[in-house]
Ligand binder design. Sequence first.
Ligand code: BES
Ligand code: MN
Ligand code: ZN
Length: 507
Amino acid sequence: MNKTAKINFEKISLPNSGTIVLFTTKSNKLSDLAKELDTNNNKFITKAIKAADFKSAKSSILEIISPTITDPKSANYDRVILVGLGENKDLTKVDWRHLGGTICGHLLSKNIESATLITETEEDAELIANLGFGLTLRQYKFDKYKTSKAKDDAEKESELQKVSIQSSDASAAKKHFTSNLSPIQHGVFAARDLVNEPANILGPNEYAKRIKALSSLGLEIKILSDKELKAEKMHALLGVGEGSRQGSYLAIMQWKGGPKSEKPVAIVGKGVTFDTGGISIKGAGGMEDMKGDMGGSATVVGLMQTLAKRKAKVNAIGVVGLVENMPDGQATRPGDILTSKSGQTIEVINTDAEGRLVLADALWYTQEKFSPKYMINLATLTGAIMVALGKEYAGLFSNDDELADMLVASGKDTGEQVWRMPLGEIGSSYDKLINSTFADMKNTGGRWGGAITAAQFLQRYVNETPWAHIDIAGVAMASNKSPISQSWGSGYGVDLLNNWISENFEK
Ligand code: BES
Ligand code: MN
Ligand code: ZN
């Protein structure tokens, strides 16, 4: 478990020692308290700003070490850190998180163990809470496989122990942090941990066990293993795990926080714990990244924990298909034909297009069993989505404009952005690309529009349900570092979908 600094929310009052962080705005306007401190102490802040030519650009930092304090009331500070807010116009939730993350990065790099942040703005308490949220997200580390010697050599970092955030409405900030943001952080860290875990530890067997243990949070968990999957006729999913020594599973997590009569929302995730490509084996270069091919499932598992932790007033189903895509004498071959749970047959052209096979059965099962009002799946599904969108946006495909709009809005609100991609109707020219000579469909669609033909494939396993597919291959792992995440596994999507749920189903 990650250790993060204790965050305290306090009323504004200058402490007499340690490290303090003050915020400045463009044209270097100091807050009232900072101004007083400055005037009483020979203008040490104004002088430092001038000497360093500090412009207070958003997230810029000026550190004044051991300032000479002449006013006895101001006591002694190790450091006074100025943080720019830029124009300080309409700073968003995401801006405040990034400020928190940036400040945290600075404190960590200087081995500072505690600090007091003084926010004298008239900001909404929720925005101030997001400063603490960003600080916490930044502290995530995955170093459980570094022995203490390696850790000492590599980092020599003392841990940040305590951060006090002062603001005008500290109790409201604290309340929002504790009841809404901490549960998200818990879910994001859980997802990051799962993605970062190597595949020799987190294979399908261990993954199923870890999910089972989540019943302690009040989630109802059901795990289907090979025998039950056969009984359910999920031969598309089973076909992928055929070459592995480990079992294949479908894990179902239920959170019942809404009225009994209310239809649930369902979130489905691809959980390929390692993707060698199977018989259509991948090249060696970068194959280690395929331990993260369960990123979609990690988001689902993280999200369900967030919902449980904050006791969300919603009925939600999380379903993940857990398989390992390996080549052996039992493995599915190119040319093999699998019969999915839906009854539709699939000619496997490329065993490396395995995610859609897992999802085909998981989606069909979820829809049949739970008739969700909305169904969303997440998957590290195609390299092609990275060719299209790079690593900034996830690709969004949907058969429902309203659902797509809700997700785009949640993406903007949380900073976990999605970009809508085209999806043709069944029978359209995009759709026809996956017709097969020998079966109802094939599992690849040729060279062009690879992310789209993958989505077309999934759509054939969705009926009337408003549904969205989010291709997170570019954002779930080996993702861009940001002020709030330095982790390889990003935990992308927990915040996005939690926001989608709280904004649309809990009001
Ligand atoms: N898991 C991969 C997609 C992927 C690639 C995710 C790189 C993250 C980083 C997926 O199973 C896959 O191999 N897709 C193939 C599909 C192709 C064979 C039609 C791909 O994208 O090349
Ligand atoms: Mn693959
Ligand atoms: Zn894959």
